[in-house]
Design a protein around this ligand. Structure first.
Ligand SMILES: Nc1nc2c(c(=O)[nH]1)N[C@H]1C(S)=C(S)[C@@H](COP(=O)(O)OP(=O)(O)OC[C@H]3O[C@@H](n4cnc5c(=O)[nH]c(N)nc54)[C@H](O)[C@@H]3O)O[C@H]1N2
Ligand SMILES: Nc1nc2c(c(=O)[nH]1)N[C@H]1C(S)=C(S)[C@@H](COP(=O)(O)OP(=O)(O)OC[C@H]3O[C@@H](n4cnc5c(=O)[nH]c(N)nc54)[C@H](O)[C@@H]3O)O[C@H]1N2
Ligand SMILES: [Mo]
Length: 702
């Protein structure tokens, strides 16, 4: 008999689609997009539309395994769950006795976006254990720091309200690939007459579909945004009434931007001054105007400052007055999750150190000494060997015989292949959860509707079993997955009015009560959730801090490093202009954005997905190709001091001279290196965010 069940796409993507699982004879036989969901609209992306094949993939990890050969050689033998857990617990107890619990480091990210089994799923356990606290600033934490400083934790303009916008700027966001279910809405607005502007240093799929593509030189968005502010002020496009009532710091921002003229910005960005003026005028005078901030905007040294500048724009022009006007960063700020209950930061022993996940390679190779050595790493929901920077160092660290490594996974990934113990984890349809969304304003339910193949169990069950062996008595470790859901959401919050678990189980999703797409204008009359209640064009005395919405709820990292009170342009760390010595050896900037056909590194091990995505390629302009004697289709080697990877050259005008693009996700075990072999683990200047768009390389034919 065929049955249907509500599902939520658990992948790390803003769309968080509501799905329908189809089950026959206890097996998942198909998935569909939920046609009732206003954003999913019955359609899934090419990655998910045969999700059942991922569930039953022949390479799926089905049983606990122990390493039986040298590290990294894929030699494992099957063991029982009891043996696996006994070994983990006894090894950890030895490590704790000798070095203390901080010698154990948890490592997870958003491989699963569930409230129960996702990013924060192991936090309560590891906090109770007293392990090192891992700071996770992969994605949006620099952007969040900038956003919170300027407008506070607001969901901003509803992604669905873009339908009412007449002017839309997608800034460093490749929606056609990375936010498909928002792109549909943007396209509809375009059909209704909205102008779509894409600001991206290369001609992405989205840029090609836009009405206007503006391509600043890599890492110079801050200069473009500052010159927009200059023009809006100097040319008289400011909504004076809005600025007076609902902002602070205007006079100082005006003073700062006096010299940030379009001519000044032209020198830096390569965008002609008259183009910047036109952009500023059109943006300021067409209402409603909506800006979609892509995560990618934070990935160069001045990323945080750029995002502050962009976040000021809608207040200066009064765009917030209108439904469909304003800016969109992460709607998750208005989701009523109880991170303090999920993560239990109260269990962290005082004085516990914090280590940043992006610098895993440096930490494991002792380049960034942390005091207590890391003797054990447990990794789940993440694949740092393909996704984190300076991967050669990570691999070197993982090969260390002295490191006891545990990996909970679906597949033996580039990271899991170095584990001492492998634990098989359940997949989407095999566990109950609610999937958080950082891209829309719905709660999304995911039913358990099939049993896991082999002996796979959900992440939370792994932590429950470990907690039980350690004798942890806290309520968190006793709750079933359903009970977790009851406790993890603030069902009494006004946003949850009329919504409960029973409703979600029946309907699959529910829109939060935060206004409708046709009436939501959250900052029509200011009401910014900042200390001043206003949009903060200037912030006095703030120091650098980490503010990701999914970070552990410990006292956020505070560097003590004073931030500039005002937004401004900050040059990239590695660029031809800012680092001429380095640029002599490595004259090309590389961007490594998301692959259309993969979800980070997920799916990059499945033949049909590799086939549709194509092999690793390197987009290069003919000027740069000719200089190096590189022909179209030829294998090239991309390298710098940190490492190297290979890909097929695609000679194209989609990139300007000086910039190459190679997309992310390809597995190292199937390719020669990955884009992260060359990327730096230095943070950008705000929120400890990654600098994936701030790397210089050289390219040669192989
Ligand atoms: N298909 C697919 N979808 C995904 C993902 C995936 O792996 N595959 N991953 C998901 C995740 S985790 C995330 S965070 C989102 C990210 O989604 P996006 O924010 O769209 O991020 P990217 O695709 O990395 O980059 C988007 C665009 O920004 C440009 N860019 C990079 N740096 C800069 C810059 O400094 N300035 C400007 N102006 N442009 C720049 C790139 O050229 C690229 O075209 O996508 C999610 N959706
Ligand atoms: N060069 C470069 N690097 C980047 C980026 C970039 O644009 N350029 N983007 C960055 C961004 S935005 C992000 S978000 C990070 C993402 O970095 P990661 O989160 O490390 O990336 P994924 O490849 O999604 O890895 C998730 C892993 O979790 C596993 N997994 C999925 N579900 C479950 C589950 O339920 N249980 C368990 N145990 N495992 C599960 C998957 O099989 C997969 O191996 O990468 C960052 N890295
Ligand atoms: Mo991300």
């Amino acid at each position: 008999m065929k049955t249907s069940h509500p599902g939520g796409c658990p992948h790390d993507c803003p769309d968080t689609c509501a799905m329908v699982f189809e089950v026959e004879d206890g097996k998942l036989t198909g998935v569909k997009g939920n046609s009732d969901h206003p954003m999913t609209r019955g359609g899934l992306c090419g990655k998910l539309n045969d999700y059942e094949k991922r569930h039953y993939h022949p390479d799926r990890l089905l049983y606990p395994m122990r390493r039986s050969g040298p590290k990294g050689t894929h030699q494992f033998e099957r063991i029982s769950w009891n043996e696996a857990l006994d070994e983990i617990v006894s090894r950890w107890q030895l490590i704790i006795a000798e070095h203390g619990p901080q010698a154990i480091m948890p490592y997870s990210y958003l491989g699963n976006q569930g409230l129960v089994h996702g990013l924060n799923g192991g936090d309560a356990f590891f906090n109770r254990l007293g392990a090192t606290v891992t700071e996770r600033t992969f994605c949006g934490e620099g952007s969040s720091t900038a956003w919170l400083l300027t407008v506070g934790p607001t969901a901003g303009v509803d992604p669905e309200s873009f339908i009412h916008a007449k002017y839309i700027i997608l800034w460093a966001c490749n929606s056609v690939s990375t936010n498909l279910h928002h792109w549909h809405i943007v396209k509809e607005a375009q059909k209704k007459g909205a102008k779509i502007v894409v600001i991206d240093s290369y001609a992405s799929k989205t840029a090609k579909e836009a009405d206007w593509h503006i391509a600043p030189k890599p890492g110079t968005d801050g200069a473009l945004a500052m010159a927009m502010i200059h023009t809006i002020i100097e040319d008289g496009w400011v909504d004076q009434d809005y600025v007076e009532q609902y902002t602070v710091g205007f006079a100082d921002l005006k003073e700062r931007t006096k010299t940030r003229t379009p001519e000044w910005a032209e020198e830096i960005t390569g965008v002609p001054a008259h183009v910047i003026r036109t952009l500023a005028r059109e943006y300021a005078t067409t209402q409603p105007a909506a800006i979609r901030l892509g995560v990618a905007l934070e990935r160069h040294h001045g990323g945080g400052q750029s995002i502050r500048a962009v976040s000021c724009l809608p207040a200066l022009t009064g765009a917030w007055r209108h439904v469909g006007g304003g800016a969109l960063q992460f709607p998750v700020w208005e989701h009523p999750y109880k991170f303090d209950v999920i993560c239990r930061p109260d269990l962290i022993p005082e004085g516990t150190r914090v280590v940043n996940a992006l610098q895993l390679g440096r930490v494991l190779t002792n380049e960034a000494p942390t005091g207590i050595p890391i003797k054990s790493l447990m990794c789940w929901n993440a694949n740092p060997v393909t996704q984190a920077p300076e991967t050669d160092k990570i691999v070197q660290g993982l090969l260390n015989e002295d490191l006891f490594m545990v990996s909970a996974e679906h597949f033996i990934t580039d990271t899991a292949m170095y584990a001492d113990i492998l634990l098989p984890a359940s997949m989407g349809a095999e566990m109950e959860d609610m999937i958080l969304s950082w891209g829309h304003l719905y709660l999304t339910y995911n039913a358990k509707c099939v049993d896991s193949p082999g002996e796979a169990i959900p992440n939370n069950e792994i932590f429950r079993r470990l907690a039980s062996r350690f004798g942890f008595q806290e309520a968190n470790f006793q709750w079933t997955d359903s009970e977790c859901l009851e406790h993890y959401v603030n069902w009494d919050a006004p946003a949850c009015e009329g919504i409960n678990l029973a409703y979600l189980r029946e309907h699959g999703f529910a829109r939060l009560k935060v206004g409708t797409k046709d009436d939501r204008a959250p900052h029509k009359q200011g009401n910014f959730p900042t200390p001043s209640g206003k949009c903060q064009l200037k912030v006095e005395g703030a120091t650098n801090f980490v503010a990701g919405p999914f970070r552990q709820m410990y006292e956020g990292f505070q560097s003590g490093q004073l931030l500039d009170p005002l937004p401004d342009y900050v040059a990239p760390r590695e660029s031809v202009l800012s680092n001429q010595i380095l640029a002599k050896k490595y004259p090309l900037t590389i961007f490594s954005p998301k692959s259309h056909g993969f979800l980070n590194s997920c799916y990059a091990n499945m033949d049909n997905k590799i086939k549709s995505q194509g092999e690793q390629f390197v987009l290069i302009n003919s000027v740069d190709a000719d200089l190096r004697g590189i022909k179209h289709g030829e294998k090239v080697r991309v390298f710098n001091e940190r490492g190297a990877f290979e890909g097929n050259a695609r000679i194209t005008d989609d990139v300007t001279p000086g910039l190459i693009v190679a997309t992310l996700g390809y597995w190292r075990q199937l390719n020669k290196g990955t884009v992260n072999s060359i990327s730096s683990a230095e943070f950008v200047n705000m929120g400890n965010a990654p600098s994936f768009s701030d790397n210089l390389v050289q390219v040669e034919a192989t």
